[in-house]
Each structure stands twice: as C-alpha cells, then as structure tokens.
Design a protein around this ligand. Structure first.
Ligand SMILES: Nc1nc2c(ncn2[C@@H]2O[C@H](COP(=O)(O)OP(=O)(O)OP(=O)(O)O)[C@@H](O)[C@H]2O)c(=O)[nH]1
Ligand SMILES: [Mg+2]
Length: 439
C-alpha cells in the first residue's frame, strides 16, 4: 500500500467531508446522543444498529478577527453549513469565520464487552475521545475507571472529559463534582486531560469543547492511498419498479473512493463446491455516487465519517444487510482471503491462554467471525485459528473473545502474523515455520 499525504485541512476537502473521527463514550443515558445532536445540529443521528453505533458530523469554525475572545470565537455547525459564515458574537458580527475542522462523531456502545472489541479494531481510525460523565450521578463511578482503563489498553490518549447535563443540578454541586472529576482524572491519566462542564440542552460551553477539540486532538497521520473499507451497512435504494436506464443503487459506508471507479467486494458470495470446499466469488461493481451526510462528493479521503457509496449492484445482493462486514476496494487490490490465520496473541489477563480446540469470536473491522484454535504454541503466544468463513484481512489488529456463560467476553488482542489463503497459498514468516506445525 502506498502512503500518501492528504492535506486534511484542505478547504476543498473539509468543506464536504469530515477528516477526523472522534468517539463519544459514556455510560447509558449520560447524554451522548443529545450532545452529538447539539454540536452537529442534527435532529437524528445516523445509526448502524448491527454495531450499536451512531454517527453525526459537525464543522468547527473560528472567528478570523483575533480580538474575538476565546472560547466564544469558536463555533460548531452542522455538516451542510457554508465555508465562511459570519461570526454571531455581538461586536464581531461583520467578521467571517474560518472552517478549522470537519469532525465525525461516533457514539459508541456503553457495554464494555461490545465497546472494547470495537475500539480494538477501530482505533487506527479514531483519533480522540469525548468521555461523558452525567453530573446527576454520584462520582466516582466504577464505569469511569473502566472506560479509562479501556482507552488506555487500546492506546487512545487524546481524551476530553465532559461533565454533562449541568443545567439539571445546582451550580455549587456541579462545581464540587467537577473538582472531584478533575482530581480523579489527574490520578488516572498520565498528562492532563481537559475536564469541562457542558449542557447540551442549553448549548452551554459547546464553544469550549470546540476549542479543545481543535487544540488537543490531532488530525490522523499515515493515510494509505489504496485502503479498503469495511461495509457497515448495505441497503437497496432502488424503487420497486425502476424505469429503464435508472440506476439501481446500493449504499455502503466506508472511505476513499471516487465516482466512476470500478470496485471489488470480498469475500463476496461464499459457497461450497461439489467437494464441500469453500468457494468465494468476489462481487464487482461501479461507483455512481458518493455522499457524506447530505454533501455529494466526487471523491472521498480515507479519513473521516461514514461515506455512502452508491453502486450499480443488483439490489438482491444486498438483501437484509447481507454485505455487512465485507470489504470493498479497488479491483484487484483487496487484501487476501484467509481460511486459516496465524496470530500473535496478547492476553488481557495474566496467566490465561487459549487452548487447542477452543471456539473464539474474532472482531475484525466491521465483521465478527467464529474461529477454532487449531494449534497453540507456548512461544510468544502464537496460535493458529481456523475461521468459520473466509476473512479478508484488511488490518493487522483485531479482538478475540471467549464465550463465558453464554456471553462473549473479550480476552485478548490478536495480531495477524500469517495464514493460509482460500486458494491454498501458505503465507507464514520464518518464526512461525520454525514452530514445526503442520501448516
Ligand atoms: N437536563 C438535561 N438533560 C439532558 C441533557 N443531555 C441529555 N439529557 C437527557 O438525558 C437523557 C439521556 O440522554 P441521551 O442523549 O439519550 O443519552 P445517551 O448517553 O445517548 O443514552 P444511551 O444511548 O441510551 O446510552 C434524555 O432524557 C435527555 O433528554 C442536558 O444537557 N440537560
Ligand atoms: Mg444514545
């Protein structure tokens, strides 16, 4: 894959598409959705029910007059806002504002058993996190420690803490709790994480959050030119009786594609041949439209937000979200399809390991796949897994869960080290070949 430098502040790009993803995390009911709706000026969020995620985009501006006082010189609007609106602050209403960021906020699940695997596979594309704490709840809460531990474990360091719903409690109580949160955070986080009070209902302090996002959360680095994208959702938008020549559309979510580009989707149609061997037939199509929320794009950079990709695919292929979890990319540039994988395993609890024959669940990008441990070695925690259905390995790191009392519990982080492709090719580095396994 070729690494290219995109200018993620290029006005032409951020005018239409987010170039940074920020996770919104917090316990159930702490105000995540309401905060996102307030900062993104949305009545509804875009929900990916299968993954328990919700998305919304916001543009963050700063007044171009240096005398306009912070934080009020910052302002967030919805994704459709013009590029240089007038400042709304009294005394500066003749001044233009400059677009500094176009952010995609991602509301994450509050259940750690779902959140952690999601973070493990998504962290390369999430640059920072807003951690919300409900001002109505006594502090400290166990969940806050758990969330902080989870963020540390996955290496998410750019965190902004928000005490939410401060309009609903007495100011003195809100101040005391804010101090308690600040002390607690200082002990738990190496370095400083900003702690702010907000009210989404009253739109209080949203400007402060905007300033901290611009100053504290860096834009993504290391974007690759030919990335593949995970399909989060596939739907049929064709009318019941399309007229001749009308495009039948199927919409996906992902990144970096351009209109008129030919695409390939893998594993595609998975079937068994006459000998009972698994057979994968990739699906080919063409992009006819790209959207980021309501903004139509000619091309999408591999950096932020959900991108809706309209294609010429036969809509029957996408029934019941059936392409969810598959990988979409440029023709002939999809990652290899594996049926067995060799994995470096980092167990999350000491003195535990994976046993031969054990059934585990892997979360790899948007897909979750069941696998069986077919070989395990004491050396460096390498295991070999046979996946139940072929997997298109587009990233190195993924989550491994074990079934405990009928619930999948995250137990390890897996790192792809090699494997056997569906065509029978064995791609293993020397240190795995030396284990003497029957590969
Ligand atoms: N007073 C007040 N209430 C708020 C504020 N933000 C959210 N709420 C209320 O808190 C409740 C939960 O808000 P949500 O935004 O749905 O919280 P959530 O974290 O998205 O909830 P889940 O997605 O179910 O985990 C709702 O009844 C909101 O009206 C706020 O700033 N002030
Ligand atoms: Mg919510």
């Amino acid at each position: 894959m070729i690494e290219v430098k995109w200018d993620l502040l290029d006005p032409e790009i951020i005018s239409r598409q987010p170039t940074i993803n920020i996770g919104v995390i917090g316990q159930a009911g702490c105000g995540k959705s309401t905060f996102m709706k307030a900062i993104c000026e949305r009545a509804q969020l875009e929900r990916i029910v299968t993954m328990n995620l919700a998305f919304a985009n916001a543009k963050i501006y700063k007044c171009e007059n240096d005398e306009c006082p912070p934080p009020l010189c910052y302002k967030a609007y919805g994704s459709g806002k013009e590029d240089s609106p007038l400042c709304e602050l009294v005394g500066f209403q003749n001044c233009r504002m400059k677009l500094l960021r176009h952010v995609s906020f991602v509301e994450c699940p509050d259940d750690l058993n779902i959140l952690m695997p999601m973070l493990i596979t998504s962290v390369p594309s999430i640059q920072g996190v807003l951690l919300l704490i409900d001002a109505n709840e006594r502090f400290p809460q166990k969940q806050t420690s758990d969330f902080l531990a989870a963020l540390k474990a996955v290496g998410l360091n750019h965190i902004i803490i928000l005490q939410t719903k401060v309009d609903s409690i007495k100011e003195s109580i809100a101040m005391d709790r804010l101090e308690a949160i600040k002390k607690f955070i200082k002990r738990r986080i190496v370095g400083e994480a900003p702690v702010l009070s907000v009210s989404a209902k009253c739109k209080y302090n949203i400007e402060d959050v905007c300033e901290y996002i611009v100053k504290n959360i860096p834009l993504p680095q290391h974007l690759v030119k030919r990335p593949c994208v995970s399909i989060f959702r596939s739907i049929d938008i064709s009318k019941p009786a399309p007229e001749i020549g009308e495009t039948k559309g199927v919409v996906f979510c992902g990144s970096l594609r351009r209109v008129n580009q030919m695409i390939e989707i893998g594993p595609g149609i998975v079937d068994k041949d006459e000998n009972g061997e698994i057979k994968c037939t990739p699906i080919y199509s063409k992009i006819v439209s790209l959207y980021s929320e309501q903004n139509e794009l000619q091309y999408a950079v591999p950096a932020g937000g959900l991108i809706w990709i309209g294609t010429t695919l036969d809509p029957t292929l996408t029934n019941a979200d059936s392409l969810f979890g598959q990988v979409l990319g440029e023709v002939q540039f999809l990652p290899r399809l594996f049926c067995k994988i060799a994995v470096g395993v980092q167990m999350l609890e000491e003195r535990t390991k994976l046993g031969r024959g054990e059934i585990v669940k892997l979360n790899i990008h948007s897909s979750s796949i069941v696998a069986r441990v077919c070989q395990a070695s004491g050396e460096g925690g390498i295991v070999r897994l046979k996946v139940k259905s072929p997997v298109c390995m587009m990233q190195e790191r993924f989550a491994i869960s074990r079934n405990v009392e009928n619930q999948w519990r995250l137990i390890a982080i897996g790192y792809m080290r090699g494997g056997t492709t569906v065509d029978g090719e064995k791609i293993y580095p020397p240190h795995i070949r030396r284990l003497g396994w029957n590969l």
